[in-house]
Design a binder for this molecule. Sequence first.
Ligand SMILES: NC(=O)c1ccc[n+]([C@@H]2O[C@H](COP(=O)([O-])OP(=O)(O)OC[C@H]3O[C@@H](n4cnc5c(N)ncnc54)[C@H](O)[C@@H]3O)[C@@H](O)[C@H]2O)c1
Length: 366
Amino acid sequence: MEEKHCNKKFRMGIIGVGHIAKAYVENILKLDNVEIVAASDLSAEKAAAFFEKYGLCNVRIYDDYRELIDKENLDAVAVCTFNATHAECAVYALDRGVNVILEKPMCVTMEEAADILRAEKKSGKIMFVGFQPRFDNNIKEIKNIVESGKLGKVYYIRIGGGRRRRIPNRSLIEKKTSGFGALGDIGCYALDMVMNAIGYPKPLTVSGYKSSYFGANPKYNDPESAKRFDVDDFAAGFIRLEGDIIIDFITSWAMHIDTPGDTVILGTEGALRIPSVECWNGTMSGNMILYNDVDGEQTETSLPILPEIPEGLFYCKLKAFVDACREGKGKSPIPSSEIVYNQAIIDGLVRSSELGKEVEIVIPEI
Ligand SMILES: NC(=O)c1ccc[n+]([C@@H]2O[C@H](COP(=O)([O-])OP(=O)(O)OC[C@H]3O[C@@H](n4cnc5c(N)ncnc54)[C@H](O)[C@@H]3O)[C@@H](O)[C@H]2O)c1
C-alpha cells in the first residue's frame, strides 16, 4: 500500500468488487483520512486480484460479508453487489451500527426496501443510496429552476432518453442477480432526476409496460448473453403523483430509435426541455431550454451547460457520504424516504406490467 494511503482514520469496507467497485476504490483513495481496510466478494480470489491491481495488498479479504462486518470495526461499508443482495448486506451492516452507502437501485422488492428503512431507523446510522448525478451542477440546476417558481405549478413530466442498443451483459441481465433490467438499472436515474427536482411527491398509481425483444434475441445480443438474458430491456409507464402531477416514463437498453426524445417538464408558468443523454450519467447532451412568457411575449432561453465538477461525481458522492457519517447526525445527503418512492414506482411498473392493468403504488409504513 502506498504511504499516502496509510494511517487513514475512517475505516471503510467494500462488499462486492465487480465493475462499479473500481469507481469506489479510485475515489475513496482521493479522500482525506479514509482507508479501505477490508473487502468481501463471492470470490475471494477475484477480490484479492482486484486490490492487487491498485497496489492495495493490505486490504483484508473475506468471502462472507458478515465476517467482514463482524471483524473489522468499520465506520462504513460500500455495498456494490448485485441488486438482489443489496438489502441483506445493508441491513446486516446497519443492524451492527455500520453506516452504509448502497449502489442504486435501492433493492429489488418492496419487502427488502421496508427492511432497509426499518434497519436504518433503528440504527440511526447513515443509509445513502448513491445516485451520483445528484451532485452534477446541471441536475441541481433543474431543481433550482423548479424551486424558483419559473415553471409555476408542475403538472406533466415526460422522461426522455434511453439507449438505442447498449445492453450491459454482466450480472445485470439476469433476474436472479439483478431483479430488473433497464427499468431498475437506468430507469431509477431518470426517475430520480425529475422526482428530486419536484421534491419527491408521493407516487399514487402506475400503469406500466415492459418488454425484452432485444436482449434475449441472438440477432441483437451475443448468443451467450442472449441465453442468460431474462430481464426487461425496455419499459414505459404512466405514473400519477400526489399534487395532480403525472410522469410519462420510458427507458431502454435496446430499441430501434436513438432516443424517444428529450425530458420535458411542463408547468403553469413555464416549461423546461432537457436534452437527454442515453445513459443517465449526470450529464446533458445540450443546453436546456426554458420556455415562458415575458411581458406577454413567448420566449425561449437557452441555458448553457454548466462545467463538470473537476473531481467527478463519484468523488462528490463519496465525500458527501463520509462527511455525513463523520457529522454523526444520521442525516443522509440523499434520504431513503425519497428513494423508497423511486423504488416503489419501479415496483409498481413491474406489477402493473405483469398484471396488464393500472396498480396502486405501495409505500411501506415504517
Ligand atoms: N452508480 C453507477 O454509476 C453504477 C454503474 C454500474 C452499476 N451500478 C450498480 O452497482 C451494483 C453492482 O453492479 P456491477 O456492474 O458492479 O456488477 P458486477 O457483477 O460487476 O459486480 C458485483 C459484484 O458483487 C459481488 N457480490 C454479489 N453478491 C455478493 C455478496 N452477497 N457478498 C459479496 N459480494 C457479492 C459479485 O461477486 C460481483 O463481484 C449494481 O447494483 C448496479 O446497479 C452502479
